[in-house]
Design a protein around this ligand. Structure first.
Ligand SMILES: Nc1ncnc2c1ncn2[C@@H]1O[C@H](COP(=O)(O)OP(=O)(O)OP(=O)(O)O)[C@@H](O)[C@H]1O
Ligand SMILES: [Mg+2]
Length: 261
Protein backbone atom coordinates (compact mmCIF):
# COMPACT_ATOMS: atom_id res chain seq x y z
CA UNK A 1 0.00 0.00 0.00
CA UNK A 2 1.21 3.48 -0.64
CA UNK A 3 -0.35 6.71 0.44
CA UNK A 4 1.07 9.99 -0.70
CA UNK A 5 1.35 12.60 1.94
CA UNK A 6 1.94 16.20 1.16
CA UNK A 7 5.55 17.29 1.33
CA UNK A 8 6.62 19.45 4.23
CA UNK A 9 7.61 22.09 5.02
CA UNK A 10 5.17 24.67 3.80
CA UNK A 11 5.94 28.33 3.34
CA UNK A 12 5.16 30.28 6.48
CA UNK A 13 6.28 27.67 8.96
CA UNK A 14 7.59 29.61 11.92
CA UNK A 15 9.33 27.03 14.02
CA UNK A 16 11.57 24.14 13.30
CA UNK A 17 10.47 21.90 16.16
CA UNK A 18 8.82 18.64 15.31
CA UNK A 19 5.59 19.76 16.97
CA UNK A 20 2.81 19.55 14.46
CA UNK A 21 -0.18 20.39 16.64
CA UNK A 22 0.06 22.79 19.52
CA UNK A 23 -2.66 23.99 21.88
CA UNK A 24 -1.68 26.66 24.37
CA UNK A 25 -3.89 27.75 27.24
CA UNK A 26 -7.00 26.82 25.32
CA UNK A 27 -10.26 27.50 27.09
CA UNK A 28 -13.65 26.54 25.70
CA UNK A 29 -16.90 27.32 27.42
CA UNK A 30 -20.46 26.48 26.54
CA UNK A 31 -22.48 29.03 28.54
CA UNK A 32 -21.16 28.70 32.08
CA UNK A 33 -19.86 25.18 31.45
CA UNK A 34 -16.07 25.41 31.09
CA UNK A 35 -15.28 22.35 29.04
CA UNK A 36 -11.58 23.00 28.40
CA UNK A 37 -9.72 24.96 31.03
CA UNK A 38 -6.41 26.51 29.92
CA UNK A 39 -5.44 23.33 28.14
CA UNK A 40 -1.88 22.87 26.90
CA UNK A 41 -0.75 20.01 24.77
CA UNK A 42 1.15 19.23 21.63
CA UNK A 43 1.52 16.37 19.20
CA UNK A 44 4.79 15.76 17.37
CA UNK A 45 4.83 15.15 13.64
CA UNK A 46 4.27 11.54 12.70
CA UNK A 47 3.18 10.47 16.18
CA UNK A 48 0.00 8.66 17.10
CA UNK A 49 -1.64 10.14 20.15
CA UNK A 50 -4.76 8.77 21.78
CA UNK A 51 -7.10 10.71 24.03
CA UNK A 52 -8.92 8.69 26.64
CA UNK A 53 -11.18 9.80 29.43
CA UNK A 54 -14.74 9.79 30.72
CA UNK A 55 -17.76 10.90 28.74
CA UNK A 56 -18.12 14.66 28.71
CA UNK A 57 -14.47 15.32 29.54
CA UNK A 58 -13.92 17.36 26.36
CA UNK A 59 -12.28 14.90 23.93
CA UNK A 60 -14.57 15.58 20.99
CA UNK A 61 -14.42 19.29 21.72
CA UNK A 62 -10.66 19.23 21.12
CA UNK A 63 -11.08 17.53 17.75
CA UNK A 64 -13.86 19.94 16.80
CA UNK A 65 -11.60 22.89 17.64
CA UNK A 66 -8.91 21.45 15.39
CA UNK A 67 -11.47 20.98 12.62
CA UNK A 68 -12.53 24.62 13.17
CA UNK A 69 -16.08 23.45 13.73
CA UNK A 70 -15.78 25.33 17.03
CA UNK A 71 -13.71 28.30 18.18
CA UNK A 72 -11.97 28.55 21.52
CA UNK A 73 -12.80 31.38 23.91
CA UNK A 74 -9.13 31.85 24.79
CA UNK A 75 -5.76 30.47 23.86
CA UNK A 76 -3.87 29.67 20.68
CA UNK A 77 -3.85 26.70 18.35
CA UNK A 78 -1.18 26.14 15.71
CA UNK A 79 -0.71 23.35 13.19
CA UNK A 80 2.63 22.92 11.50
CA UNK A 81 3.66 26.33 12.83
CA UNK A 82 0.68 28.02 11.17
CA UNK A 83 -2.06 29.66 13.19
CA UNK A 84 -5.44 28.02 13.33
CA UNK A 85 -6.68 30.22 16.18
CA UNK A 86 -6.60 33.16 16.33
CA UNK A 87 -6.29 33.39 12.58
CA UNK A 88 -7.74 35.05 9.50
CA UNK A 89 -10.18 33.11 7.31
CA UNK A 90 -7.40 32.69 4.76
CA UNK A 91 -5.02 31.23 7.34
CA UNK A 92 -7.74 28.90 8.56
CA UNK A 93 -8.43 27.68 5.02
CA UNK A 94 -4.74 26.93 4.50
CA UNK A 95 -4.33 25.05 7.75
CA UNK A 96 -7.60 23.14 7.36
CA UNK A 97 -6.19 21.48 4.23
CA UNK A 98 -3.65 19.72 6.40
CA UNK A 99 -6.27 18.12 8.63
CA UNK A 100 -8.61 15.24 7.89
CA UNK A 101 -11.23 13.86 10.21
CA UNK A 102 -13.29 10.72 10.49
CA UNK A 103 -16.39 10.93 12.64
CA UNK A 104 -18.35 8.38 14.62
CA UNK A 105 -21.27 8.80 12.23
CA UNK A 106 -19.62 8.43 8.85
CA UNK A 107 -21.22 11.55 7.34
CA UNK A 108 -20.87 10.37 3.74
CA UNK A 109 -22.76 12.26 1.04
CA UNK A 110 -25.78 9.97 0.51
CA UNK A 111 -26.60 11.19 -2.99
CA UNK A 112 -23.12 10.50 -4.40
CA UNK A 113 -21.41 7.29 -5.39
CA UNK A 114 -18.63 5.97 -3.20
CA UNK A 115 -16.05 7.12 -5.75
CA UNK A 116 -17.50 10.62 -5.95
CA UNK A 117 -17.58 10.86 -2.15
CA UNK A 118 -13.82 10.48 -2.28
CA UNK A 119 -13.05 12.61 -5.35
CA UNK A 120 -15.30 15.56 -4.52
CA UNK A 121 -13.03 17.47 -2.12
CA UNK A 122 -9.73 16.83 -3.94
CA UNK A 123 -11.33 18.23 -7.11
CA UNK A 124 -13.16 21.19 -5.56
CA UNK A 125 -10.75 22.12 -2.76
CA UNK A 126 -7.33 21.00 -4.02
CA UNK A 127 -8.08 21.61 -7.70
CA UNK A 128 -7.02 18.10 -8.67
CA UNK A 129 -8.13 16.91 -12.11
CA UNK A 130 -11.10 14.53 -12.11
CA UNK A 131 -9.04 11.77 -13.65
CA UNK A 132 -6.25 12.01 -11.14
CA UNK A 133 -8.72 12.21 -8.25
CA UNK A 134 -10.54 9.12 -9.54
CA UNK A 135 -7.34 7.19 -9.93
CA UNK A 136 -6.21 8.02 -6.44
CA UNK A 137 -9.67 7.23 -5.07
CA UNK A 138 -9.54 3.78 -6.64
CA UNK A 139 -6.17 3.19 -5.01
CA UNK A 140 -7.51 4.27 -1.64
CA UNK A 141 -10.59 2.08 -2.01
CA UNK A 142 -8.34 -0.84 -2.76
CA UNK A 143 -6.36 -0.06 0.36
CA UNK A 144 -9.48 -0.15 2.53
CA UNK A 145 -10.66 -3.35 0.86
CA UNK A 146 -13.51 -1.84 -1.16
CA UNK A 147 -12.19 -1.78 -4.72
CA UNK A 148 -15.45 -3.26 -5.99
CA UNK A 149 -17.68 -0.60 -4.42
CA UNK A 150 -16.78 2.46 -6.51
CA UNK A 151 -20.23 2.81 -8.00
CA UNK A 152 -22.26 1.85 -4.95
CA UNK A 153 -24.19 4.42 -2.93
CA UNK A 154 -23.36 4.74 0.76
CA UNK A 155 -26.77 3.33 1.73
CA UNK A 156 -25.89 0.09 -0.06
CA UNK A 157 -22.92 -0.47 2.24
CA UNK A 158 -22.63 -1.86 5.75
CA UNK A 159 -21.62 0.50 8.54
CA UNK A 160 -18.09 -0.87 8.54
CA UNK A 161 -17.81 -0.40 4.78
CA UNK A 162 -19.15 3.14 5.04
CA UNK A 163 -16.61 3.92 7.70
CA UNK A 164 -13.81 2.58 5.52
CA UNK A 165 -15.03 4.86 2.70
CA UNK A 166 -14.96 7.75 5.17
CA UNK A 167 -11.35 6.90 6.02
CA UNK A 168 -10.45 6.77 2.32
CA UNK A 169 -12.22 10.09 1.82
CA UNK A 170 -10.18 11.71 4.59
CA UNK A 171 -6.91 10.31 3.17
CA UNK A 172 -7.77 11.54 -0.32
CA UNK A 173 -7.01 15.07 0.88
CA UNK A 174 -3.47 13.98 1.78
CA UNK A 175 -3.76 15.29 5.30
CA UNK A 176 -0.76 15.66 7.53
CA UNK A 177 -3.03 15.05 10.49
CA UNK A 178 -5.84 12.56 10.79
CA UNK A 179 -8.36 13.11 13.58
CA UNK A 180 -10.39 10.08 14.56
CA UNK A 181 -13.33 10.38 16.93
CA UNK A 182 -14.61 7.02 18.17
CA UNK A 183 -14.78 5.82 14.62
CA UNK A 184 -15.91 2.32 15.54
CA UNK A 185 -18.40 3.08 18.26
CA UNK A 186 -21.43 3.21 15.95
CA UNK A 187 -20.56 -0.14 14.36
CA UNK A 188 -21.89 -3.61 14.99
CA UNK A 189 -19.25 -5.54 16.93
CA UNK A 190 -18.34 -7.84 14.05
CA UNK A 191 -17.50 -4.86 11.83
CA UNK A 192 -15.15 -3.17 14.26
CA UNK A 193 -12.07 -5.30 13.57
CA UNK A 194 -12.01 -4.56 9.83
CA UNK A 195 -12.02 -0.81 10.40
CA UNK A 196 -9.37 -1.00 13.11
CA UNK A 197 -7.19 -3.13 10.82
CA UNK A 198 -7.33 -0.41 8.16
CA UNK A 199 -6.32 2.20 10.73
CA UNK A 200 -3.49 0.02 12.04
CA UNK A 201 -2.26 -0.26 8.47
CA UNK A 202 -2.32 3.50 8.03
CA UNK A 203 -0.51 4.00 11.32
CA UNK A 204 2.17 1.50 10.31
CA UNK A 205 2.71 2.46 6.72
CA UNK A 206 2.31 6.24 6.52
CA UNK A 207 3.81 9.25 8.26
CA UNK A 208 0.41 10.77 8.97
CA UNK A 209 0.09 12.21 12.46
CA UNK A 210 -2.91 10.67 14.20
CA UNK A 211 -4.94 12.12 17.05
CA UNK A 212 -7.45 9.61 18.08
CA UNK A 213 -10.30 9.36 20.58
CA UNK A 214 -11.22 5.77 21.21
CA UNK A 215 -12.70 3.39 23.71
CA UNK A 216 -10.92 0.50 21.98
CA UNK A 217 -8.14 0.13 24.48
CA UNK A 218 -6.34 -2.72 22.69
CA UNK A 219 -6.23 -0.63 19.55
CA UNK A 220 -4.98 2.38 21.52
CA UNK A 221 -2.28 0.22 23.05
CA UNK A 222 -1.23 -1.07 19.60
CA UNK A 223 -0.98 2.17 17.69
CA UNK A 224 -0.24 4.89 20.23
CA UNK A 225 3.08 6.50 20.89
CA UNK A 226 1.44 8.47 23.65
CA UNK A 227 -1.83 8.27 25.57
CA UNK A 228 -3.38 11.33 27.19
CA UNK A 229 -5.82 10.76 30.02
CA UNK A 230 -8.39 13.49 30.10
CA UNK A 231 -10.63 14.49 32.93
CA UNK A 232 -12.80 17.60 33.22
CA UNK A 233 -11.07 19.36 30.35
CA UNK A 234 -7.52 18.76 31.55
CA UNK A 235 -4.83 16.25 30.74
CA UNK A 236 -4.34 14.62 34.11
CA UNK A 237 -1.76 12.07 33.00
CA UNK A 238 0.12 11.18 29.85
CA UNK A 239 2.71 8.68 28.77
CA UNK A 240 3.42 5.71 26.55
CA UNK A 241 0.60 3.15 26.44
CA UNK A 242 2.50 0.51 28.37
CA UNK A 243 2.81 2.95 31.26
CA UNK A 244 -0.73 4.36 31.22
CA UNK A 245 -2.44 1.01 30.78
CA UNK A 246 -0.36 -1.01 33.23
CA UNK A 247 0.91 1.37 35.87
CA UNK A 248 -0.99 4.65 35.81
CA UNK A 249 0.01 7.16 38.44
CA UNK A 250 -3.34 8.76 39.09
CA UNK A 251 -6.22 7.08 40.90
CA UNK A 252 -8.63 8.71 38.45
CA UNK A 253 -6.88 7.03 35.52
CA UNK A 254 -6.91 3.66 37.29
CA UNK A 255 -10.59 4.04 38.12
CA UNK A 256 -11.42 4.97 34.51
CA UNK A 257 -9.41 2.09 33.05
CA UNK A 258 -10.91 -0.45 35.39
CA UNK A 259 -14.36 0.65 34.20
CA UNK A 260 -13.53 0.35 30.48
CA UNK A 261 -11.00 -2.49 30.24
N1 LIG B 1 -22.40 22.35 21.09
C1 LIG B 1 -22.42 22.23 22.44
N2 LIG B 1 -23.21 23.03 23.19
C2 LIG B 1 -23.22 22.95 24.53
N3 LIG B 1 -22.47 22.08 25.26
C3 LIG B 1 -21.68 21.26 24.57
C4 LIG B 1 -21.60 21.28 23.12
N4 LIG B 1 -20.71 20.35 22.72
C5 LIG B 1 -20.25 19.77 23.85
N5 LIG B 1 -20.83 20.30 24.96
C6 LIG B 1 -20.53 19.93 26.35
O1 LIG B 1 -19.12 19.90 26.48
C7 LIG B 1 -18.72 18.85 27.34
C8 LIG B 1 -17.66 18.02 26.62
O2 LIG B 1 -18.24 17.39 25.50
P1 LIG B 1 -17.40 16.47 24.52
O3 LIG B 1 -18.33 16.07 23.44
O4 LIG B 1 -16.14 17.13 24.16
O5 LIG B 1 -17.08 15.23 25.48
P2 LIG B 1 -16.38 13.85 25.15
O6 LIG B 1 -15.21 13.74 26.07
O7 LIG B 1 -16.13 13.74 23.70
O8 LIG B 1 -17.48 12.80 25.63
P3 LIG B 1 -17.92 11.37 24.99
O9 LIG B 1 -16.89 10.39 25.47
O10 LIG B 1 -19.27 11.13 25.60
O11 LIG B 1 -17.96 11.53 23.51
C9 LIG B 1 -19.98 18.10 27.72
O12 LIG B 1 -20.36 18.56 28.99
C10 LIG B 1 -20.97 18.53 26.67
O13 LIG B 1 -22.25 18.52 27.19
MG1 LIG C 1 -16.89 12.50 22.21
Amino acid sequence: MSIETRPTPETNTVESSSELIRLEQVTKRFGDNTVLDHLDFSVDAGKHVTLIGPSGSGKTTILRLLMTLLKPDEGTITVDGQRLFPASDKEVREVRKKIGMVFQQFNLFPNMSVLRNITEAPVTVLGMSKDEAAERARGLLEMVGLADKCDARPTQLSGGQQQRVAIARALAMRPQVLLLDEVTSALDPELVAGVLDVLRDIARSTDITMLCVTHEMNFARDISDQVLMFDSGRVIESGPPEKIFTEPERDRTREFLSAVL
